[in-house]
Design a protein around this ligand. Structure first.
Ligand code: F0G
Length: 408
């Protein structure tokens, strides 16, 4: 059964009919979130049997129709072994997990948001869905729009999106524009276009999309026997996911299913760290970074739209925010791949790089139970992978040459 819900402004708390097509508060401009009358809801997380998926948690999701789905969620939670030994002797005693969201159908966590967001678009009778994207959102949106049979329009920061993601948006039939500008500019333009043409905006400013992403929290707690980790570490770009996961953990606690909330710990790249700056300098709001730069193109974002929600998530949960360098990102990506068999794109490796740095600097305890979220699959960005790895050795098709090369 679908729960009763409203849209509510996180700043002035004004409430709105969820059928209104609004992305920010018409009264004060604040961000919106979906609120439920939680005590009135009979939370039933067992309707779809043992199989974990986004829709297992339907009793806390705001969709009233048969959802547009391709089997999202149900991603593995791996306990790390060799990598923790490599990090720090003390950490080997701790429990460090990786929730590998790269194993969603299109290779990123965005699918959790899109199954809910595109379903909502259909429910609301919207004719076209749209987003600006550093790549993964557009890949996911194009896929779910194809599944739903409606057109998708996406704006990309031209020349700054990883190859695999562009390929996905194209093959699934989206109209793809390469904007001569960065992601923040692309999103500003897309918001204007959505207002003018009535396209349904499915960036993470859309509060329904974030409802799908909060199921990452539900799944982690579910997999840990309805226990909550001490800390969650994840990359921060447009700052939607950290806000969504925090909301998920809060709702579990408010429903009496769990009894604590993890310390939400956001990691940004050194050249693109407005949220980290705001936390370090105790600012009320972020100061946008005009020229964000990092190898982790997915999170090359200077003006995250969900910053207000993310700052609250980090502060209220007693969490942290730090940045890591591109070198640390690449090293973490390589270690995760070669020591654990987990292949992730650079943005995702920021979780691992951040965890390593926090442990090394003594900012977190080695006995904490930590979950790092890896947000996207390694195949998303094949160009970067080939660039940072040793090239294959060319060898003649001759057994002696091959022997020499194998043992050389
Ligand atoms: N990791 C990956 C792989 C991403 O693609 C993104 C965001 C993030 C982390 C950050 O998540 O924005 O919720 O803080 N990608 C967006 C996109 C911006 O357009 O694909 P966030």
């Amino acid at each position: 059964m679908t729960p009763a819900y409203q849209l509510q402004c996180i700043d002035c708390h004004a409430e709105y009919d969820p059928a209104e097509i609004i992305y920010t508060c018409p009264s004060c401009g604040g961000l919106l979130e979906v609120v439920y009358d939680l005590p009135a809801i009979e939370v039933d997380f067992h309707t779809s049997g043992e199989c974990r998926s986004v829709w297992k948690y339907r009793s806390l999701l705001p969709v009233d129709i048969e959802p547009v789905t391709i089997g999202e969620g149900g991603t593995p939670l791996y306990r790390l072994g060799r990598l923790t030994l490599n990090i720090d002797a003390n950490a080997s005693a701790s429990e460090i997990f990786v929730k590998h969201e790269g194993l969603n159908p299109t290779g990123s966590f965005k699918d959790r948001g899109m199954t809910v967001g595109v379903s909502k678009a259909i429910e609301l009778g919207m004719k076209t869905v749209a987003c600006a994207s550093t790549g993964n959102t557009s890949a996911s949106l194009a896929t779910y729009a194809a599944r739903a049979g409606i057109p998708a329009v996406v704006f990309l920061p031209g020349g700054q999106v990883a190859l695999g993601k562009v390929a996905q948006a194209l093959i699934h039939g989206a109209k793809v524009l390469n904007i001569r500008g960065n992601f923040d500019e692309a999103l500003r333009l897309m918001r204007q276009v959505c207002d003018e043409y009535g396209f349904y905006l499915l960036n993470s400013i859309n509060p329904f999309r974030l409802e799908g992403q909060k199921t990452i929290a539900f799944e982690i707690a579910d997999e840990l026997g309805w226990e909550v980790p001490d800390r969650l570490i994840l990359p921060v770009g447009n700052a939607g996911n950290i806000s969504a996961i925090y909301k998920g953990f809060k709702e579990l606690k408010m429903c009496g299913i769990t009894d604590s909330i993890p310390k939400m710990t956001g990691i940004q790249a050194e050249g693109s760290r407005p949220v980290v700056d705001a936390i370090e300098r105790e600012l009320e709001a972020i100061e946008p970074e005009q020229n964000p730069e990092t190898i982790a193109t997915a999170i090359r974002i200077g003006d995250p739209v969900n910053a207000a929600k993310a700052l609250r998530a980090i502060r209220e949960s007693g969490g942290l925010a730090i940045s890591v360098t591109d070198e640390e990102i690449v090293e973490a990506q390589r270690n995760l791949a070669s020591l654990e068999g987990i292949g992730v794109e650079p943005a995702s490796a920021t979780s691992i790089a951040g965890m390593r740095k926090l442990l090394a600097d003594g900012l977190i305890d080695a006995d904490e139970r930590i979950v790092c979220v890896t947000t996207g699959h390694i195949l998303k960005d094949p160009t970067e992978v080939v660039d940072v790895c040793t090239k294959p050795t060319w060898v003649d098709a001759d057994i002696d040459a091959v022997r020499r090369a194998v043992f050389g």
